[in-house]
Write a protein that binds this ligand. Structure first.
Ligand code: GLU
Length: 339
C-alpha cells in the first residue's frame, strides 16, 4: 500500500495527465450546451420525462482512465445502444455462420422500426434495427426466462464493470406501447426466423432497452470494445476478440439509423445511438466515447451527441481511415497500454 503522500502524488499525476482532455471536453460541453434544437423522444411515454438540457460527455481509455464532464452520472435507459452488445452475445453463443443465417449485415435505408425483411431470405436487414435486434435477443440462451435475463444482464455488467439493473417504469412503458415490435416479432415467427416464444423474447427485448446506465458506463463499455473485448478497468473479458470486429463493423455501417452513411463519411467511427439520446463511439485500440443529451434530430440521433463526435473526430483525426496518418493529440494524452 502506498503511503497517503505517495497516493496523493499518484492521484495528482493522474489528474495532470488527464487535464488536457478534461479541458477539451469541458470546452465542447460549453460550446454545444446552447445548441437547443431537436426534440426529446416521447413515443415511449417514460422517455418524455428526460430534461432537454441534460448533457454529459465521457471518454474512457484502453488503459482504464475515465474523464467525464457535465451530466455524465445522469442515469438513462440504454434503448438501442444495447443492440450491438446483444449481437455480440449472440455471436459468442452461436457463432458467426448461424448469426448470418438469421440476421443479415446490410444497412436498410429504412426507419429503425420498419416492418420489412429481406424478400428472398426473410432475414432482418441487420442486428441494429428493431427486427434484427429482436432476432438476436431471441438467440439469448438460457433454460428459462430467468436464466436468459440473467445472461443478458451479466453480459452488460461485464462491459460496464458493475451490476446493471432494469428501470421498471421504462420497461412497463416499452411493453405497454410496443405494438410495432410485437408486429415485427410475429412477422418473423411467421417466417420461422425466430423461435415460438415470442412473448418471452419481446419481454427480454423490452428489458434490454430499459437497462439503466450513465455516460461514464457507456464510455467504459465503448472502451471495452476498443480494448479487444476486455473491460480496461476490471480486466474482465466481455466479448472474445474474434467477435469484436464483427460488432464494430455493424456499428460502422448501421449504428446511426439513417444517418449511418453520412456518419461513416464525416465522423468515421463505429458507433451506436439510441432514442434515449445517447451515442457510444469506439476508437479501436485507443478509447471509447459516450455522449448523452436527449433532444434528437429528425434521424433519431442526439443533436449534441452528433455535434460533439463530429468535432472530436475532425479536431483529433479520429476517422478510421485517417487516424493512422494524423497526429492524435487527444489520444496521446491517454497513452494506451496496447494497440
Ligand atoms: N425500445 C426502443 C424501440 O424498440 C428502441 C428504439 C431505439 O433506441 O432506437 O422502439
Amino acid at each position: 500500500m502506498p503511503e497517503p503522500s505517495d497516493l496523493d502524488s499518484l492521484l495528482n499525476r493522474m489528474r495532470s495527465a488527464t487535464a488536457p482532455i478534461r479541458s477539451v471536453l469541458e470546452a465542447l460541453h460549453e460550446q454545444f450546451l446552447p445548441l437547443r434544437t431537436g426534440t426529446v423522444a416521447d413515443y415511449i411515454p417514460e422517455l418524455a420525462f428526460a430534461e432537454p438540457d441534460w448533457f454529459g460527455i465521457a471518454v474512457a481509455s484502453v488503459d482504464g482512465q475515465v474523464v467525464e464532464v457535465g451530466d455524465s452520472q445522469q442515469p438513462f435507459s440504454m434503448q438501442s445502444v444495447s443492440k450491438p452488445f446483444v449481437y455480440g452475445l449472440a455471436l459468442e453463443n452461436h457463432g458467426r455462420e448461424h448469426l448470418l443465417s438469421k440476421v443479415n449485415v446490410e444497412p436498410t435505408g429504412e426507419a429503425f422500426n420498419s416492418i420489412v425483411l429481406d424478400e428472398t431470405t426473410n432475414r432482418p436487414f441487420n442486428p441494429l434495427v428493431n427486427s434484427g435486434a429482436i432476432a438476436t435477443t431471441d438467440l439469448i440462451t438460457g433454460t428459462d426466462y430467468a436464466e436468459r435475463i440473467k445472461n443478458l444482464l451479466g453480459m452488460l455488467a461485464n462491459y460496464a464493470g458493475h451490476p446493471v439493473f432494469v428501470d421498471n417504469a421504462t420497461f412497463i412503458s416499452e411493453r405497454t406501447t410496443g405494438h410495432r415490435n410485437r408486429a415485427i416479432a410475429h412477422l418473423m415467427l411467421n417466417f420461422g426466423m425466430i423461435e415460438d416464444r415470442v412473448d418471452e423474447t419481446l419481454e427480454l427485448y423490452f428489458q434490454q432497452c430499459s437497462v439503466l446506465v450513465n455516460c461514464h458506463d457507456l464510455a467504459v463499455m465503448a472502451a471495452t470494445l476498443a480494448n479487444g473485448g476486455v473491460n480496461p478497468i476490471t480486466g474482465v473479458r466481455a466479448l472474445s476478440t474474434a467477435h469484436v470486429k464483427d460488432v464494430l463493423s455493424i456499428m460502422y455501417s448501421c449504428g446511426m439509423y439513417d444517418y449511418s452513411g453520412e456518419w461513416g463519411y464525416l465522423v468515421g467511427l463505429p458507433a451506436k445511438s439510441g432514442v434515449c439520446g445517447a451515442i457510444l463511439a469506439v476508437v479501436p485500440g485507443k478509447f471509447g466515447i459516450a455522449v448523452f443529451s436527449p433532444p434528437l434530430d429528425e434521424r433519431g440521433n442526439s443533436v449534441r451527441g452528433v455535434a460533439v463526435c463530429r468535432e472530436l473526430s475532425q479536431r483529433f483525426g479520429l476517422h478510421a481511415f485517417e487516424a493512422h496518418f494524423a497526429g492524435t493529440t487527444l489520444t496521446d494524452e491517454f497513452k494506451p497500454a496496447r494497440r
